[in-house]
Design a protein around this ligand. Structure first.
Ligand code: GTP
Ligand code: MG
Length: 198
């Protein structure tokens, strides 16, 4: 798919406040700082479209970006950000949950995992909850530029084994780098394929 146009369409805390024009949504979630906003910018080839930061906790609202006037990329706040108050964290969890449970237009959620790490408990718990709620998801490994080819393959193999202890089949798995553009064609192609089935 060619991204001809990508524009910011609004920020919200509740599904009732999201952009009025209802279109299919592809959302991005993962731990704080995993690279959600950077990946959205990479997919749209537009630096600065979604705001990024080297410190966690940058995205605190649900942000909709209208692509090709046909569908939305949705940037979500990160989960698991430890260095905020309990009430702040609960507020973020509420925003994420409200979106995931009540957004009827959500057609696929990309769960982002740091390619350098073993699967963390918080990610596993989150994905198990998605399974329980029947929310379809795929996995995107981020920051793949930070590992050599062999180390990357070994880490992904290890993580796949972990996932297969909980699921009979793996969801679609993508490798990405917002620095090099790795994964752009594959992820956009996958999105196009989903949109074509709607
Ligand atoms: P929150 O909004 O705080 O939840 O974070 P986020 O998941 O949106 O992360 P963000 O895109 O803001 O990126 C966090 C940091 O990781 C930034 O310093 C990015 O430059 C860096 N980063 C993101 N993706 C990549 C990548 O593919 N490669 C490298 N080397 N750095 C990356
Ligand atoms: Mg962000």
């Amino acid at each position: 798919m060619v991204v001809k146009q990508a524009v910011f369409a609004g920020s919200s805390q509740r599904v009732t406040q999201k952009p009025e024009r209802l279109l299919p949504e592809m959302a991005f979630i993962g731990r704080s700082n995993v690279g959600k906003s950077s990946l959205i910018n990479m997919l749209c080839a537009k630096k600065g479209l979604a705001h990024t930061s080297s410190t966690p906790g940058k995205t605190l609202l649900v942000n909709h970006f209208l692509v090709n006037d046909k569908w939305y990329l949705v940037d979500l706040p990160g989960y698991g950000y430890a260095r905020i108050s309990k009430s702040g964290r609960e507020k973020l969890e509420k925003i994420i949950n409200d979106y995931l449970v009540r957004s009827a237009e959500l057609v696929n959620l990309f769960v982002l995992l740091d390619s350098r790490l073993d699967i963390q408990k918080i990610d596993l718990d989150f994905m198990l909850e998605l399974g329980a709620q029947g929310i379809p998801f795929s996995i995107v490994y981020t920051k793949c530029d930070k590992l050599g080819v062999n180390a990357l393959q070994a880490q992904i193999d290890k993580n796949n084994q972990t996932l297969l202890q909980y699921w009979e089949q793996l969801p679609p798995v993508f490798r990405s780098s917002s620095e090099s553009g790795l994964g752009r064609e594959e992820i956009l192609g996958y999105i196009e394929q989903i949109l074509n089935t709607l």
